[in-house]
Design a binder for this molecule. Structure first.
Ligand code: FUC
Length: 814
């Protein structure tokens, strides 16, 4: 027999026969195999490039400059964002700094809100939800304008703002008027996190290379020409407001102060761009740099804000001093090495078809028409999600916001904030399974801030212990309800975000981290423990007032409302949070008494899923009819995903109700909603339906106006279209691809739980992670796993479902 380096003997033969009849041969073979396999796993880590020598190429490319921002290529190093449009005469590179926020910490607490809690609950108990909603709007929302209906760039809530534009106006030797460019390409390689633009004018080959360095904290642009002295351009740095740019000694320096929403003196920032030329000259003209007859031009950009009181000038000085020590090539290498430490942890090939020779904008169209000719696009989309995660957050800074770290406006849609009723959670769903665990830590840090400020909110509104956050937050730790009851009174934001924090522990098994988040979990559990109120008809303990995210229902009297008691999602989140807290307190041997209280309360919560008269999962305690049957949120399936309270194999009736719920809601919606339904179908083990959703998510979109209904998809730069650009579609979609290949939420690891026909022929994945701190590699052919290897830091026994068969195996030591 042949032992492949990634093969388990027990999948290929009856192990016991070898053990009994050929013990020496078996042991010899086993040892060789273990040696080879550990070698292969380590090899993949030490020589990651070897697995990347193959397809898919993992490249976005275009044969013309971007005409609009949604066509530009996103680069980011977790702090600096750059989006070059690759223009021939004029190039605009949109710049971002993930910490650049207007607004400031504010007092939005209504101190006397708790006095209305009793009357609101009474109205709800009497079935007068519309009146309860009026009272919430009057006394139980935040003080002040809150998020300004999603437009608070000049209000205290603030907004994530664009840093500005680096503009380069080029002129070409020997060309009067419009230059005629041929052989144009621009691209982004996900393997190296490098973008480029190339074209020919007057027989001179021009090349531009761009990266946001994972080495020194820089944006770097190199512009070169195949003939000496052919680079001529004017460079400027600006933003739509609140800036001064000064040019001097080969450098541009832009600085300013954003609005804090009260006295105008908000966050300070500074951006520096330094030009270095080979041959030619650099001079300053007003506030621009003018480059003449250079052979090479390299621009180094760095930016800083005083977020969390960081020093601006000295930070920039240090960055430039460090950068000066490296040549361009050394900086590029430094960048790639650091980037690949994260990116190369996972490789994925599904199927064997590809249209990567077609420009990416056209390729998206082609995929809609001929999906079977491009199985590679799924791997590209998945790896692009990983690329975006690596590029849009980093330890010590901030989690990706609604647009990751890319924004081209002052007033970013919905303030580019953190929505806690889906969006920020979805942004983190692919991270653990995709072997990027440390990228969850900025979220934990943000939530630490919420847990602190949310204590006062819990007291003022609910007279409750612990902490609460509602539906929107920002870098200033806003925790109050939103300004409109219909969406702003969701009080399960804090519970939901604790699911993300807990998942990082489940995957990493990091006890130090568990100790760190334990007070956050305890505070959240204390809050729900304090506020649960008994619903008279059922006797269950529920939240009130709350909403099922952003959805409305009809009351028997014909009126409509959103505010209610005990929406299903809250019941599920409370159950999950209490269970997770109980597990954490047992692991850390803390809070025995409180744990016992919660154990009792668990029995008094509504069940995780109840079936309505028409066979769907009930979204509310009452069997209300929703106003919009195709509403974008499907919050009542929280227990199916991201929760693991609904296990289809364990409850086929509930699984059927989940299916019916999804059928009635329909497949369409904003991008994130399509991605969510893809994940839900993957959990229901329907690979073909999940694939249909993936195809819909990859539907080409150009519209940029704010959409709450059908019509989501993907822009030609592969960024998610709500529309507008919203990054949760990318992250949810990437999590969806992983969920189709590997699941580990039900007490065992399952390989290929939802494999669509389109990917059946063959495939291979390396480096995905499973809960329990396992790393998983496997191959498949004709829909069946042919080889696999599961590794963990210490050899352990784990249950694995492979080709429909559940077995216990001992893992290899990583
Ligand atoms: C939630 C969603 C919207 C949008 C916004 C940012 O309110 O319901 O569709 O994604 O967040």
């Amino acid at each position: 027999m042949r032992c492949s380096s990634l093969m388990r003997l027990d999948t290929l033969s009856d192990k016991s026969i070898y053990c009994v009849q050929f013990p020496v041969l078996y042991n010899l073979c086993r040892n060789i195999w273990r040696f080879l396999k550990i070698g292969a796993i380590l090899g993949a880590i030490i020589f990651p490039s070897s697995i990347f020598a193959q397809r898919p190429l993992l490249r976005l490319w275009y044969d013309k400059p971007a005409q609009r921002w949604e066509e530009t290529i996103p680069l980011g190093n977790g702090k600096i964002g750059m989006m070059p449009d690759g223009g021939i005469e004029k190039e605009i590179i949109v710049l971002n700094d993930i910490t650049l926020w207007s607004g400031a910490p504010q007092d939005a607490v209504k101190e006397e809100a708790y006095k209305s809690l009793g009357p609101i609950r009474k109205l709800l108990a009497d079935g007068k939800n519309d009146e309860a909603q009026d009272l919430v709007n009057k006394n139980f929302v935040c003080k002040g304008p809150g998020s300004g209906s999603g437009a608070s760039a000049n209000l205290p809530f603030g907004a994530y703002e664009t840093l500005g534009n680096l503009k380069i106006a080029y002129s070409y030797n020997g060309t009067a008027g419009k230059p005629k460019a041929t052989s144009y390409t621009r691209d982004l390689s996900l393997k190296t996190a490098l973008a480029s633009t190339r074209f020919v004018v007057n027989n001179v080959q021009y090349a531009r290379e761009y990266f946001t360095s994972f080495g020194d904290d820089l944006g770097v642009i190199k512009i070169s020409a195949s003939k000496q002295g052919h680079i001529n351009c004017r460079i400027s740095l600006s933003r739509p407001e609140r800036f001064v740019t000064v040019a001097s000694r080969g450098e541009l320096q832009m600085s300013g102060q954003l609005n804090n929403g009260t006295d105008g003196k908000g966050m300070r920032y500074m951006t520096r761009v330094k030009a270095v030329v080979k041959d030619g000259t650099i001079r300053t003209e007003q506030n621009e740099l003018v480059i003449s007859q250079a052979s090479d031009l390299v621009l180094y950009l760095s930016t800083a804000t005083d977020f969390k009181n960081s020093p601006i000038e000295s930070t920039l000085d240090k960055t430039f001093q460090a950068a000066e020590k490296l040549t361009y090539d050394a900086q590029k290498k430094y960048h790639q090495t650091n980037y690949q430490k994260l990116f190369n942890r996972v490789s994925l090939v599904v199927g064997s078809t590809s249209t990567e020779n077609i420009a990416t904008d056209l390729r998206l169209n082609e995929f809609q028409n001929k999906p079977n000719s491009d199985s590679d696009i799924a791997a590209l989309f998945y790896q692009f999600g990983r690329y975006l995660a690596i590029s849009s957050t980093r330890k010590g800074l901030l989690p990706p916001n609604l647009q990751g770290l890319w924004a081209n406006q002052i007033q970013t849609p919905w303030n580019g904030d953190y929505h806690l009723d889906m969006n920020i959670e979805m942004n983190h769903w692919p991270i653990e399974v995709s072997n990027l665990s440390e990228l969850n830590l900025p979220l934990a840090e943000l939530v630490e801030g919420l847990a602190e400020r949310g204590k006062r909110t819990a007291k003022a509104y609910y007279n409750a212990d612990g902490w609460v956050a509602h539906v929107i937050t920002n870098v200033w730790a806003f925790t109050e309800p939103g300004e409109d009851a219909s969406w702003g009174s969701t009080n399960s934001g804090s519970g939901w975000i604790c699911n993300n924090l807990w998942e990082h522990y489940l995957f990493s098994q990091d006890l130090g981290y568990l100790k760190r988040i334990y007070p956050i979990l305890r505070g959240a559990a204390q809050f729900y423990n304090s506020v649960l109120t008994r619903e008279q008809k059922t006797g269950w303990l529920v939240t009130a007032p709350s909403v099922s995210p952003e959805n409305w229902f009809s009351l028997p009297n014909g009126k409509t409302a959103a505010v209610c008691m005990g929406p299903t999602i809250d019941n599920q989140i409370t159950r999950e949070l209490f269970s997770n807290f109980i597990a954490a307190s047992e692991t850390l041997n803390e809070d025995k008494e409180f744990r016992e209280t919660l154990k009792i309360k668990l029995n008094e919560l509504p069940p995780s899923g109840r079936i309505s008269s028409d066979g769907r999962v009930m979204e509310w305690l009452e069997d209300y009819k929703e106003v919009d049957a195709q509403h974008r949120h499907v919050s009542h399936l929280y227990g199916l995903y991201p929760g693991s309270l609904i296990i289809p194999e364990a409850d086929s009736k509930l699984a059927e109700a989940c299916r019916k719920t999804l059928e009635v809601r329909g497949d369409d919606g904003p991008g994130w909603s399509i991605a969510y339904k893809m994940l839900l179908w993957a959990r229901l083990k329907d690979g073909n339906r999940a694939y249909t959703l993936l195809k819909k998510l990859l539907r080409p979109v150009t519209d940029t106006s704010i959409n709450y209904g059908p019509g989501g998809g993907t822009y030609s730069n592969f960024l998610g279209a709500g529309p507008p650009f919203q990054i949760d579609g990318n992250f949810g979609g990437a999590a969806g691809v992983a969920e189709m290949l590997l699941q580990s939420h039900a007490g065992f690891i399952e390989l290929l739980p939802a494999l669509p026909d389109a990917w059946k022929a063959s495939g291979e994945v390396k480096g995905l992670c499973a809960r329990g701190n396992f790393t998983v590699n496997f191959k498949w052919q004709n829909g069946r796993v042919t080889n696999y290897a599961i590794a963990s830091p210490v050899a352990r026994t784990v249950k694995v479902k492979i080709n429909g068969e559940l077995k216990s195996i001992t893992t290899e030591k990583l």
